[in-house]
Design a binder for this molecule. Sequence first.
Ligand SMILES: *Cc1c(COP(=O)(O)O)cnc(C)c1O
Length: 491
Amino acid sequence: MLFKSTRNSSLRIESKDAILQGISEDGGLFVPQEMPTLGDINDYLKTDYRGRAKLILSKFLTDFTDEELDVCINSAYSAEKFGSDDIAPVKTLSNELSILELWHGPTCAFKDMALQILPHFLTASLKKHSDKRALILVATSGDTGKAALEGFKDVDNTKILVFYPSDGVSNMQKLQMITQEGENVAVCGIKGNFDDAQTGVKAIFTGADMKKAVDEGGYTFSSANSINWGRLVPQIVYYVSAYCDLVNAGKIDKNMSMNVCVPTGNFGNILAAFYAEKMGLPIGKLICASNVNNVLTDFITTGVYDRNREFHTTISPSMDILISSNLERLIYALSDYDDAYVRELYTQLAKTGRFEVSEKIKERLRIHFEALYADDKETMNTIKLTYDRYGYVPDTHTAVAISAYNRYFLKTHDLTHTVLASTASPFKFPASVLEALGVNSEQDDFAQLKQLSEISKMPIPAQIDELKDKDVRFTAVCDPSEMNKTVLSCL
Ligand SMILES: *Cc1c(COP(=O)(O)O)cnc(C)c1O
């Protein structure tokens, strides 16, 4: 299997190089030359998460040896890292709704599902070019940064630098990053929002001067953001796995469809579900849930993508995004892989901040997707409602998706079983969750964790509790214009 770019369909590179480069030189994103099919679903039904991962990854990463893939999968998806062998457990709340918990990894957010394995992909890819070390640049809206730091810490031949919006992440998220351990890690705040950080990182990647400087330092840039194919492909696995778990549990009949509902930001997670559907997984509707930064709700319902709008800081910070990078991959697929068309749209987007897709694509968007959004108030109400109804405490991001699902259900009465991606542990956002539950919360973050544990009857994740004893290592904050300098200082 070779990979091409969304802006150059005739490009062909191997998956190791796609993973190493992160983004194509033409500014496009790497996608497989063609979508493989899942094959016999029975093969997936009878194996575990690691087995399912092996079946799927081996279809895309054909330049990896069997042994390399085994090392990647077994190092990433272990009981030690995820608390049990149930790497992505499914909790059924009703006949119509199950929650796919994607936050049992080391940083308590779904980013671990991909970022625990990406460093192993990258190490295998680096071996192909034995002289190279990788400098990983990350722009984070909160969870990617920590998950990438944790995934890459002390990985040979890599350095990692994370930029986060200094006022745009939760206390816990910030604490997780600035206390990060490891010899090869650095963290820097940005005076700006996530989009500023992401735009800065993209500019550094594609800028010739920076590339040269980094090259001379013996490094090659790579990205751990969800534009990297190595981030996307592991995400396909958990949708297939959830389907299998539900079939095995008798909640879905084999070959019946399920819907998928995803709290969405950069469009990586839900795109993986779309790819799973392309591979043959029976999926009905893909329900795209946003917070008030609802650029995707508008896009899916009208076909107009317009990021010229106010940016809002919300209680679901990892979804505070107006530039959803992975949308480019969706448009490429829905335009029947028309690279010239994608180039045209994205040139327009760069110039005007807006584009409108063709009628054909609008129609296809309507067939595959449903899009809804929830504001902070509705999200808070949903946390309370979900707790009262099911005794289940979702985090703020998951609650955005539950709000969207509830409204979808009221609108359509669609009884298709829906798998809803739960993207973070509620313990990452204790203040908001306690407030939603009507609890007078303590001032101190760690006292809040105790309160939340008592109410939810869930243990505090050890990796969050132990932050209180860690030293702060990274206090730097820079202007977006100074990002280049920060990168060079890491070499
Ligand atoms: C990153 C993140 C999202 C958004 O996922 P995308 O793949 O960017 O759409 C949602 N919830 C949480 C908790 C996240 O960390």
